[in-house]
Ligand binder design. Structure first.
Ligand SMILES: NC(=O)c1ccc[n+]([C@@H]2O[C@H](COP(=O)([O-])OP(=O)(O)OC[C@H]3O[C@@H](n4cnc5c(N)ncnc54)[C@H](OP(=O)(O)O)[C@@H]3O)[C@@H](O)[C@H]2O)c1
Length: 281
């Protein structure tokens, strides 16, 4: 019987593309999230609605699965321990969506890095073959500006001059698919977009693509913090703001890993805006 790939977090920014790209390559896919419905998936992909921390449901989801893609959302590392153990008991390879903030050479810089380093540690302690994807900021984070763009031509925020190398979620997914279908065991892939931008520069690109005269307005960190609290868990807001301040001091994180793995150039932010023009308008 052919084995399946299990995508956990199958309806998210990255997971949905992992599902569709695996399916496109002819890999049988089971797609797990709490709210997944067949209508959200390409025809032929098996929906599996469950909470990944439900041990019985996860055991059923892992039936006849040999490789797994895992997105872990925010919950503490100990909650992930039985999840990783169950995957290790059933599958041979795990591709973990981690983060570029993880450090291999010293203490973790913040709580997000600690979480992802903890998850990676759970995986390396098993017999699983693994590939860690460590993306920089997702281009999808800039969808947070959509509400402001609907009200006018200004985008307000702090650290408008901080370097950023936002990466397209389709590229993260494409590297995941390579990891799940090729030989990438033991690799820690730091994934960035192909260009170095700033938030103010990203807004200019949106304006060019949408044909609008948009401008960045620098706000105080306190105002930005208040705005972010409207959509981001409080525990992460200060971590994200500190990360932006750090990027100004340390300079951009920039790799060619997407192109190295895929053999084609990483998608630009301009391409991302074209893909999401309807979401930003
Ligand atoms: N944003 C960035 O800049 C960035 C950068 C580097 C790394 N990351 C990491 O990337 C990950 C987020 O990826 P993403 O943006 O693709 O996620 P996302 O869009 O928030 O999607 C999360 C997916 O997981 C599912 N899910 C959440 N809780 C679940 C549970 N308990 N059981 C089963 N499924 C569950 C969600 O669907 P349901 O709600 O239906 O369950 C959804 O399919 C995080 O680990 C983050 O730290 C993010």
């Amino acid at each position: 019987m052919t084995k399946q790939a299990l995508v956990i977090g199958a309806t998210g920014n990255v997971g949905r593309h992992v599902v569709s790209q695996l399916h496109h390559q002819g890999v049988p896919v089971r797609a797990l999230s709490r709210g997944v419905r067949a209508a959200d998936l390409p025809p032929g992909v098996e929906p599996f609605a469950a909470d990944v921390t439900d041990a019985a449901a996860l055991a059923a989801a892992l039936h006849r699965v040999d490789r797994v893609f895992l997105v872990w959302r925010g919950r503490p590392v100990p909650v992930a321990e039985p999840v990783v153990a169950a995957i290790a008991g059933a599958a041979t390879h795990l591709t973990l969506l981690s983060s570029a903030v993880v450090r291999d050479d010293g203490p973790q810089p913040d709580a997000i890095a600690e979480l992802h380093a903890g998850l990676e540690g759970l995986v390396t302690a098993t017999d699983l073959e693994w590939t860690f994807l460590r993306p920089a900021q997702f281009a999808t984070n800039t969808l947070e500006w959509a509400a402001q763009l609907r009200l006018g031509d200004e985008v307000r925020g702090a650290y408008g001059d901080a370097p950023t190398t936002v990466v397209h979620e389709r590229d993260i997914a494409a590297v995941a698919v390579q990891a799940m279908t090729g030989h990438h065991h033991g690799r820690r892939y730091v994934l960035t977009g192909p260009e170095i931008h700033t938030p103010a520069g990203l807004v200019a690109v949106i304006g060019e693509v949408l044909g609008r005269d948009l401008r960045w307005v620098e706000d105080s960190v306190e105002d930005e913090r208040r705005r972010m609290l409207g959509w981001m868990p409080a525990a992460f807001v200060d971590v994200v703001l500190a990360g932006r301040a750090r990027a100004r001091q340390e300079g951009p994180l920039h790799t060619t890993t997407v192109q190295d793995v895929l053999g084609v150039p990483a998608r630009t932010y301009r391409e991302w805006v074209k893909d999401h023009a309807a979401d930003l308008a």
